[in-house]
Design a protein around this ligand. Structure first.
Ligand code: ADP
Ligand code: MG
Length: 569
């Protein structure tokens, strides 16, 4: 008899629901985004007990017909895409068609909906994916959806919900992330009969002030080139805070998180605020939808950009420009990257091509022609050094080389991480797998083993194959072709541990996380032993799109100026 069983639809939906709906705030996000997609001009949100008892969203959008109302709760039911081309041109918030199906599998859902030009609306009740009632009714145009007793049928998940006030604070955060970019929509948020926000349709600036009360702080930014428009508000350096800052990035009116672009902001504020201070900002990117990775997981707030390196530089410039205009930065300080010093270098050209690479960057920055900055560095540039004296390898930790303005110091380990990481990103996928000549044994703790089961799918997807040998012992039989066999155990363990400590529902393990772990594991195994290897590292580093800081935010290189060296004596 076959051991394989097809999961009943309800259980399959509940499992999938776990991916989309982690807490009441996720329901808010999905429902309010649906209202925005339905072109509502007014959205009211009513919450009871941190969303555990009730989440209700009432909109005046286009509504649904009776047939559509029922279909909307089927998995992969969406009105927003129908062809694969549509997928690359998404302008709506949702498109996967799984939110309502997921929500209905783990809550008691009731919906009233009516199309704008229709007399008769629809009333529907669904519980744990079972349609209990569907009937005609009289209801105002738009959609009124009530989600009651979230996780009523998944006690294990309900148990993990935090206190009402914590869950409500997550709801408020999700609310803000949607309410700011959609300032032309009227919003109301009510918790336990108390009105928390009542926001009329208003200008972006007024919306931000209505939510945060920071009128005095705001400074306009607004600049565009042929790939991106950046606009919004930053805050004057004097308002930078040491506690949690209000830092919001949006792309095409969708909130996203980015450590990388955060670095750009920090760079722009360099020397204006101290290292432990953070500026508030509300930065909007507008790009062609094809330029961003739309295939985003519903709970994932990171977005991949096609020209991220060019956007990074442009963002620094946009912010600097506004700060300069507002007199916070002496204009001459603009673009003060150490790179300028390389150009005037009259040293025996040991880093001649290196200079050229820099020169390209400078030209790009100055012309701000960002499309040009997509210089194709596929083939590493060679650094034509005549004598090995030009690069010193210090204790396999640092590379030292002299430049006009002083001494360039490269942290080998941090550089290796970034190089490997960008290599993996470029390949974009590490799914190609090679089988190991000898299986590599790995022993897990019970907790690790349990988590391994949860993420086995992801681990297989990136190219690992594991075979169970006995309780807690496995053989790794295949590894991704991009990693070294002796890093396999480390990488798998790190992925498991990363997954174990995920508490933030926004940060599920992603492929980029895995790339990072591979890059970190890899950097520990490599040593730079001779001049050729040092040279190769430098070449590769300058072919990276980011070579000042790596993805962990660690500084890769520093220039010790002559004055600083003088001071040592
Ligand atoms: P998605 O938003 O990814 O399409 P959902 O499961 O969130 O998937 O919704 C399924 C479909 O139900 C939507 O494509 C839309 O046609 C319809 N729908 C959902 N909410 C609303 C709403 N508030 N107003 C009008 N239509 C809606
Ligand atoms: Mg949706």
């Amino acid at each position: 008899m076959s051991k394989i069983k097809i999961l009943p639809e309800t259980i399959a939906n509940q499992i999938a629901a776990g991916e989309v709906i982690q807490r009441p705030a996720s329901v808010i996000k999905e429902l309010v985004e649906n209202s925005v997609d339905a072109l509502a001009t007014k959205i009211e949100i009513i919450i009871k007990d941190g969303g555990k008892t009730l989440i209700q969203v009432v909109d005046n959008g286009i509504g649904m017909s009776s047939d559509d109302a029922r279909l909307a709760f089927e998995r992969h039911a969406t009105s927003k895409i129908s062809t694969i081309e549509d997928l690359f041109n998404i302008k709506t918030k949702g498109f996967r068609g799984e939110a309502l199906a997921s929500i209905a599998s783990i809550a008691q859902v009731e919906m009233y909906t009516c199309e704008r030009d229709s007399e008769i609306g629809t009333h529907l009740i669904i519980e744990g994916n079972k349609l209990l009632k569907i009937e005609d009714c009289k209801t105002p145009p738009g959609t009124n959806i009530l989600v009651k007793n979230l996780f009523f049928n998944v006690p294990a998940r309900r148990k993990f919900l935090k206190s009402d006030s914590t869950e409500f604070s997550h709801i408020v955060e999700e609310f803000i992330r949607i309410a700011i970019p959609h300032h032309d929509i009227e919003f109301k948020l009510i918790h336990n009969n108390q009105t928390i926000y009542q926001l009329p349709a208003q200008k972006l600036k007024e919306r931000i002030i209505a939510i945060f009360d920071i009128r005095k702080q705001l400074i306009d930014i607004n600049l565009e080139n042929d790939i991106i428009k950046i606009y919004g508000y930053i805050t004057a350096p004097e308002y930078a805070t040491k506690t949690i800052a209000k830092q919001y990035f949006f792309v095409n009116n969708r909130f996203f998180k980015s450590m990388y672009f955060l670095k750009a902001v920090q760079k722009a504020y360099e020397n204006l605020i101290s290292e432990n201070q953070k500026p508030n900002f509300f930065i909007f990117f507008e790009v062609e939808p094809q330029k961003i990775d739309v295939n985003i997981h519903p709970t994932k707030t990171e977005i991949n950009f096609e020209d991220s390196n060019a956007i990074f530089n442009f963002l620094v410039n946009v912010i600097r420009k506004s700060l300069t205009t507002f007199d916070f930065v002496p204009a001459i300080d603009f673009d003060n990257a150490p790179i300028v010093n390389f150009i005037n270098s009259n040293s025996k050209s040991s880093i001649k091509n290196l200079e050229e690479t820099f020169l390209h960057h400078i030209i790009d920055k100055n012309t701000q022609n960002l499309s040009q900055s997509k210089i194709n560095f596929e083939e590493p540039k060679t650094v034509s050094t005549q004598s090995s004296k030009d690069i010193i390898i210090l204790k396999n930790k640092y590379l030292l080389t002299n430049v006009k303005s002083g001494l360039l110091i490269i942290n080998i380990k941090e550089a290796l991480k970034q190089i490997k990481y960008e290599e993996l990103l470029k390949k974009h996928t590490i799914h190609s797998s090679i089988s190991c000549l000898y299986p590599i044994p790995i022993t897990l703790t019970p907790e690790e083993e349990n988590e391994l089961h949860n993420i086995l799918n992801e681990i297989n997807k990136i190219g690992f194959q594991l075979e169970k040998i006995s309780h807690l012992t496995y053989n790794i039989t295949s590894i991704p072709s991009t990693i070294q066999a002796d890093t396999a155990v480390d990488i798998i363990k790190t992925i498991i541990h990363l997954s174990l400590i995920q508490i933030d529902p926004d940060s599920k393990i992603t492929e980029t996380d895995v790339y990072k772990q591979i890059a970190i594991a890899n950097s520990a195994k490599i040593s730079i032993n001779n001049y050729n290897e040092a040279q190769e590292l430098i070449n590769k580093l300058f072919n990276c799109s980011e070579h000042q800081y790596n993805f962990e935010g660690k500084q890769i290189m520093k220039i010790l100026s002559l004055e600083e060296i003088d001071k040592l004596f």
